[in-house]
Structure formats: C-alpha cells, structure tokens
Design a protein around this ligand. Structure first.
Ligand SMILES: [Zn+2]
Length: 211
C-alpha cells in the first residue's frame, strides 16, 4: 500500500483518543463523492476520503478534549485584581449549518478574584471550543462560561470577530461577512467603566479582519 503523507501532526494514538471511526468516515465520504457525480476511484481522488476523514478528526478534535486537562496545574492563587486581557487570539472553526469555516480572532479578559490562569492556556481554551461544529454566539458564550467556572473571577468578557465563508462563498455572497459577538459576566456586565476599558483596549490598533 502507498504511504500517504497527510501533512498533519496527528499520531495514531492521537486519533485513537479522538474516538473517531476513521474507516466508517472514509466510506461515507467516498459515497458522498459518488452522490456528487464523482468517481472516488480516479487518480486525483484516490486518497481524498482518507485525507478528509482525518482532516475532520483534526478540525473537530474539540469534542474530545477535557478543559480541566488543558488547564492542568496552570491555575494559580495570586492576589491580583487588575484586568487581564489576551487579545487577537486567532481561531478557525466550522459553522454547524454548512460545515464551512468561520475564521477570526477572539479577545478574552477577566478580573481575577484570587485565581489567575497561565496565559498560554487561554488560546488553548479558545481552540477547544473552535474545534467543533459551532455557531459563533455559542462559542463565545462557552469560552466565557468555562473561564468563569475555572477561575470564579470578578468578571469575564469575551469578544469574537469572525468572517463566515458560508456567507462569502454562497447565497448572498457578502464579501465582508464579518460578525462580532460578545459574552460578559460579572464586573464587565455591571460596571460600565470596566467594560469600556476592555472595549477600548481591544479596539486599539486593531487591523480589520481579512482573509
Ligand atoms: Zn454557515
């Protein structure tokens, strides 16, 4: 059998852990190609079902990742009560209505109440929810809720800006199909100055989203 270079970083162990049945998935993708009038046997498509099955296992790996494991040991008890902001976190997700990508950036802030989280963990939490079939509103809310649950902070705010390929490639073909969603908890909801400080910060020097 040919050795296929999948050009991804998924080991066999990793795939086994996702719980995805790759063989079943490959068969369905080959059938799907047939329903489109294609011949999955032809040279160019020969390995496509395998590649696509593997790709979805990667793009949708967020179902199988435990947030507690991601955070593992990176929550620290520290007396610090100023706003912590991580902005411009790049993410790639798939809309659950069309299974087409929506791509953008997330801005996450919280006001600690005795607990802080290692900064590198916040982009990983964003990925965990991006790598699912999503709607942007729910993804935004899930990131905020997860952080709220992990840290019990004075407040959490998440703003997500994204471009939706399903609006750009099809239907009305809006080429600037940019959407902004937000979720606010605690101080970001009740204190106007806090919310404004966050919004001013993420607005500063931001480049417009584009592909
Ligand atoms: Zn869509």
């Amino acid at each position: 059998m040919d050795r296929i270079d999948f050009d991804d970083e998924m080991t066999d162990d990793y795939i086994a852990n996702t719980g995805v049945n790759l063989e079943a998935s490959e068969a369905v993708i080959a059938d799907f190609l047939r329903t489109l009038g294609e011949r999955p046997e032809r040279e160019g498509l020969k390995n496509t079902p395998k590649r696509v099955a593997r790709m979805y296992a990667e793009l949708l790996s967020g179902y199988h990742t435990d947030p507690e494991k991601i955070v593992n040991g990176a929550v620290f008890n520290i007396t610090y009560d100023e706003m912590v902001i991580v902005r411009d976190i790049e993410f790639y997700s798939l809309c659950e209505h069309h299974m087409l990508p929506f791509i953008g950036r997330a801005h996450v802030a919280y006001m600690p109440a005795g607990k802080v989280i290692g900064l590198s963990k916040i982009p990983r939490l964003v990925d965990l929810y991006a790598r699912r079939l999503q709607v942007q509103e729910r993804m935004t809310r899930q990131i905020a809720d997860q952080l709220h649950q992990l840290l019990q902070p004075q407040g959490v705010a998440v703003v997500v800006e994204a471009l939706h390929l399903c609006m750009m490639m099809r239907g009305v073909k809006k080429h600037d199909a940019r959407m902004t969603t937000s979720a606010m908890h605690g101080a970001f909801r009740t204190n106007l100055a806090t919310r404004q400080e966050f919004l001013d910060n993420i607005g500063r020097g931001a480049e417009p989203l584009r592909f």
